[in-house]
Design a protein around this ligand. Structure first.
Ligand code: ASP
Ligand code: MG
Length: 452
């Protein structure tokens, strides 16, 4: 069995869904299970509608509902010209679900209250509708498909907004529901992102969660492969907006993919595919706009023929430099420092320490005021904004003599604020001024890839 997950742009219009059916047809002999996102933009509209309903802005949330309705109806009209009788149940399904969305939003507007649990219920409609449209599209193109309500399979905990899938329960449900459909020669089609708690309440796995669904389903059925169909050719050596000639990596390890995503090169949330990769299920990133392209394979192993994989970066980083003579002597000082970040739920990206100071970079500054004020009670704190992180990702860096000198030669004119190297042996990370970022990345890409 094969799990094929299609993201929002891959189901974003009649044309895209038409292309999807062709791709599924070409893999039909591999026993696919199809997982789809909501049509692109729909989850954002649902989120916005919830917010508007909470402030009882009726006009605004009705507008969102209208837009969602138009998007789906237009897609259906363009997908199936003719066959009105066969399509009646689909229209009824879509319109009754949209009516439910409207009713729920009106309820929120009356209460002026929006809980994560209610948000999840409303946000779930995008995938619940798109998966039904895709099921009809496959059947109409001669590929026998059967819709599965993702909530019947993806059982989760009660953490609404970012519920955790309960793999054991999902394994059982997948064997009961998905496998028999595949065995009968049909393609099961389900929404990603959506689940249900053990008490039967609709939940979601968090934004971007359809990849997560694909991974847990792939693991549950012990798939031969999980395919993530998206709108780019795969994981690239660098962001193509900065390096237009960046190349697609044919193979990366899970750890390398994680480092890249962490520093901004996000094709998927790697943490969501971790269980699958750990169980040796290969994950492939493929382009639904360019289906014959081989894409990027993510496995447990790295491609040893290429030691340097990518340059990832993150803009708008803040560095806090914390100094205090107490660092010299006090044990427990570090944990006191970190507890401040824990208190304000702010994660730290990089840490560099010296005898009397600690520098750390953060990408979220929501709580910076509170953090600085707490830290200032026992240390001197300096805040630097407008910085950026660059990370060179690859393998066995510590065994490559000459790599550091190559990197520094590319960055001769750049003022480097912080360096971190070695913690994982697969990245070399620098903090620079934001205004120097573009030039620094271009030079690095030239030295490490173009001239290599
Ligand atoms: N539709 C959801 C989102 O936009 C989940 C997904 O697409 O993966 O976040
Ligand atoms: Mg997505």
């Amino acid at each position: 069995m094969l799990v094929m997950k299609y993201g929002g742009t891959s189901v974003g219009s009649a044309q895209r869904i038409g292309d999807l059916t062709k791709i599924v047809a070409s893999y039909h002999d591999k026993d696919p299970i199809v997982v789809v996102s909501a049509m692109s933009g729909v989850t954002n509209l649902l989120v916005e509608a919830c917010e508007k309903a909470r402030t009882a802005d009726y006009n605004a949330f009705y507008r969102c509902v209208d837009e969602i309705t138009q998007k789906h109806l237009q897609c259906i009209e363009n997908l199936f010209d003719g066959h009105p009788e066969q399509l009646k149940p689909l229209y009824e399904y879509v319109l009754s679900h949209i009516k439910e969305i409207r009713n729920l939003l009106e309820g929120i507007a009356i209460l002026k209250e929006l809980t994560p649990r209610t948000s999840d219920l409303i946000n779930s409609y995008g995938e619940r509708i798109s998966s039904m449209v895709v099921t009809y599209a496959l059947n109409s193109r001669g590929i026998p498909a059967q819709h599965v309500d993702a909530r019947d399979v993806v059982i989760t905990d009660n953490e609404f907004g970012s519920a955790k899938p309960l793999q054991d329960k999902i394994n059982t449900k997948a064997a009961e529901i998905l496998v028999p459909i595949v065995k009968s020669g049909k393609v099961p089609v389900m929404g990603g992102y959506v689940g249900r708690t053990q008490d039967g309440i609709t939940s979601t796995l968090g934004r971007g969660g359809s990849d997560y669904t694909a991974a847990v389903i792939g693991l549950a059925v012990n798939a031969t492969e999980i395919q993530i169909w998206t709108d780019v050719d795969g994981i690239l050596t660098c962001d193509p907006r900065l390096i237009p000639h960046a190349k697609v990596l044919s193979k990366v390890s899970f750890n390398e993919a994680s480092e890249m995503a962490f520093f901004g090169a996000k094709v998927l949330h790697p943490s969501t595919i971790k269980p699958a990769v750990e169980n040796n299920i290969p994950v492939k990133i493929l382009n639904s706009f360019n289906p014959s392209f081989p894409g990027t394979l993510i496995t447990n192993e790295t491609d040893a023929t290429q030691t340097i994989k990518a340059i990832a970066f993150k803009r708008k980083v803040t560095v806090l430099s914390i100094s205090s003579p107490k660092l010299l002597f006090g044990y427990g000082y570090m944990s006191k420092l970190f507890s401040v970040f824990e208190k304000y739920k702010t994660s730290i990206d990089l840490v560099a320490t010296s005898e009397v100071s600690v520098s750390m970079s953060l990408d979220s500054t929501d709580q910076i005021g509170n953090i600085v004020s707490d830290l200032s009670q026992f240390a001197d704190v300096k805040v630097e904004n407008e910085l950026a992180i660059i990370s060179v990702v690859g393998m066995n860096f510590s065994r490559q003599s000459g790599l550091a000198s190559k990197i520094f030669s590319a960055l001769q004119t750049v003022n480097i604020k912080m360096i971190s190297f070695g913690a994982s042996d697969i990245n070399f990370t620098l903090v620079v001024d934001m205004k120097e970022l573009d030039g620094a990345v271009k030079n690095l890409h030239r030295v490490l890839f173009d001239e290599a």
